[in-house]
Design a protein around this ligand. Structure first.
Ligand SMILES: [Zn+2]
Length: 164
């Protein structure tokens, strides 16, 4: 189908990226070490995992977990963050590279079609100029106002296609 391009990045990856950004915005400076707060869920109980700092006093931030309030399962926060970041990188980079080359191809195609359009406009302008010189009386008879409007329109569309 022309004009339809399937999404290049799976939506769940964008959603995760957006959620992390959203969290940053909401919490302000990302001074919380829990990047995945409000994002990760227990796969058994399907409830949100709660961030918890279980470090002994005086060692704040040393043992961070996400834990499930129902099954009491927990996962080390640093380990999970590393996994998620690794996954994002692994999945997104090749997709972004692919997206870039696809975009370049589309732009090239578009540029070529613009070039063809420019050439057509130039040819029309040349034909106009020729007619003006060869048949000045004919143009007057056809209505010079109509003629000059046409000329202006050609000039405008040429300018537009060059600017694009
Ligand atoms: Zn659970």
């Amino acid at each position: 189908m022309e004009g339809y391009y399937p999404p290049l990045v799976p939506s769940h990856l964008w959603m995760l990226k957006d959620k992390i950004r959203e969290n940053k915005k909401r919490i302000g400076k990302m001074d919380t070490p829990f990047l995945l707060r409000n994002i990760v869920h227990c796969k058994t109980c399907l409830v949100e995992l709660k961030p918890k700092d279980t470090s002994p006093s005086g060692y704040k931030g040393r043992y961070l977990n996400y834990s499930c309030s129902i099954c009491k399962g927990r996962i080390d926060a640093y380990e999970l963050h590393e996994d998620v970041i690794y996954n994002l990188k692994e999945n997104l980079s090749p997709l972004l590279i692919k997206a870039e080359s696809l975009t370049q191809k589309r732009l090239k195609k578009y540029r070529n079609s613009l070039r063809i359009e420019q050439e057509e406009i130039r040819q029309k302008q040349e034909r106009n100029l020729y007619n003006e010189r060869q048949f000045p009386n004919l143009i007057q008879r056809c209505g010079s106002k109509y003629y000059s409007t046409r000329k202006k329109r050609l000039k405008k569309s040429l300018l537009k296609s060059i600017l694009l």
